[in-house]
Structures are given as C-alpha cells and as structure tokens.
Design a protein around this ligand. Structure first.
Ligand SMILES: CC(C)(COP(=O)(O)OP(=O)(O)OC[C@H]1O[C@@H](n2cnc3c(N)ncnc32)[C@H](O)[C@@H]1OP(=O)(O)O)[C@@H](O)C(=O)NCCC(=O)NCCS
Length: 209
C-alpha cells in the first residue's frame, strides 16, 4: 500500500486542513480536460483498462485480480479516502468517451506530502504524453493540492517512469520496499521533490517545465 515519503514535514493545522479541503473538492479542470473523480459505475471501464498488462503490470498497489467487484471496491475505498481528504482516484476520458488512463493520488495532509501513481492506455504510451501529463500533475499537486513534498516510487525496470521522474527534477533516494495489497513486497526506485526545489527550477527555466 502507498507509504508516505521518507522525509517528514510537519504541517500546521491550517495547512493540513487546506490540503484536505483541496482533496475533497479538487480543481480537476486545472488538472486537464476529460478528468473526473472515479465513480462506482466506472468499475467496468476501469477493469477493462487494468486488464491490459501493458497498463497494470508495472503498478504494485492495484486491486488484483482485476474483477469488476474488486475494482468497484477499490473505487469505493478511494471515495472514502477522498472524503477524509487523504486520497483521490481520477479517471481520464477522451472526446469519444473512452477511458484513456487514471491517476491515483495518496495524500498525507499532516505531513504536507503526496504521492501519485497512474497509467495510460497502451495505444497512448511512449508518445510523449505521459511525460507531459506527469509534469503537469506534479505542478497541480504542489499548487492546487497545496502539498510541499512529493514522494514517488517505480519498479526497478520501469525505464519510462524513471526517465520522466528524473527529467521532472525529482531527487533519487535509493530504493524502498513497496507493499502490495496481498502483503508481498516489490522493490522500488524512490524519489522525492520539494515544492521549493520545483519552484526554483521553474524560475530558473522561465516557467518550463
Ligand atoms: C509510465 C507512463 C505513464 C509514461 O508515459 P509515456 O507517454 O509512455 O512516456 P513518454 O513517451 O512521455 O516517455 C517518457 C520517457 O521514456 C522514454 N521512453 C518512451 N518509450 C520508451 C521505451 N519503449 N523504452 C525506453 N524508454 C522509452 C521517452 O523517451 C521519455 O524519456 P526522455 O524524456 O528522456 O526522452 C506510461 O508508459 C504508462 O502508463 N505505463 C504503464 C504504467 C506505468 O508504468 N505507470 C507508472 C508507474 S510508476
């Protein structure tokens, strides 16, 4: 299951409450077109997406096996997390109404910290969209959720994720164990980025990325 970043920040009560409020009522228009919070009735479409190993194999915290009931339970759990201001499951839809990807945000308001995991439909992968989307999502987490720290993990062999996370300015901090829902462990690469470092890099490059 998702674990908070190794670095421990302490949020003032007001900061933590503002983060919880931002998670409960997320500014999804700023996250991107076609984004909306996953609903129980999306379980079939999300199951179909996750059944493709090119989408789900690299991700440790998904509700395996991918049955509609398990995925429905995962959505339900995410809605409960969102009500507490501690998590958010967002689905990405194209103009034709096809589910093209998802993003799962885990948030620790008292630590002003968050994590994101996600995937895109296989036909959309390796065309530069993931890198651009991830960069935008990181900025959204700092600016709209209001966290000061993001921690990320990726499978040791996930070259695309590692490249895009490095390129976004995240600092490698070795490896860590990621615990799957069934209790088994996946070894992961681990990165962190602070909002201060992200803002400084943006200022140095004139706003990009
Ligand atoms: C990870 C994922 C979101 C990346 O998005 P993407 O659109 O496929 O990736 P991009 O095309 O933006 O490429 C990202 C980087 O990987 C490189 N890359 C793309 N395809 C590659 C391939 N087949 N082999 C090696 N590198 C590749 C790109 O050149 C880019 O690196 P660069 O910026 O240094 O040039 C997407 O591939 C995906 O959904 N994968 C399945 C699930 C997953 O792994 N999720 C992440 C878990 S941490």
């Amino acid at each position: 299951m998702s674990a908070p970043p190794r670095t421990v920040l302490v949020a003032e009560p007001g900061e933590a409450e503002a983060i919880r409020a931002a998670v409960r009522a997320p500014d999804l228009a700023a996250l991107g077109a076609g984004r909306r919070v996953a609903r129980l009735e999306d379980a079939q479409a999300l199951t179909d997406l996750l059944e493709d190993p090119a989408v789900s194999d690299p991700i440790y915290d998904l509700p395996r096996p991918f049955t509609v009931a398990n995925v429905r339970g995962w959505i339900e759990h995410a809605l409960e997390e969102q009500a507490r201001g501690e998590g958010l499951l967002v689905l990405n839809w194209d103009e034709a109404g096809e589910l093209t990807g998802y993003s799962k945000f885990s948030v620790w308001p008292e630590r002003s910290a968050a994590e994101i995991g996600g995937a895109m439909r296989a036909s959309r992968q390796s065309r530069g969209q993931g890198g651009a989307g991830a960069l935008h999502s990181f900025g959204w987490m700092f600016e709209r959720l209001g966290v000061r720290l993001i921690g990320l993990t990726a499978a040791l062999d996930n070259v695309r994720s590692a490249r895009l996370i490095d390129a976004a300015g995240f600092v490698r901090q070795g490896e860590r164990d990621s615990v799957r829902p069934d209790g088994t462990v996946r070894r992961s690469l681990y990165w962190e980025l602070t909002r201060d470092a992200w803002q400084a890099a943006r200022a140095a490059t004139g706003g990009t990325p």
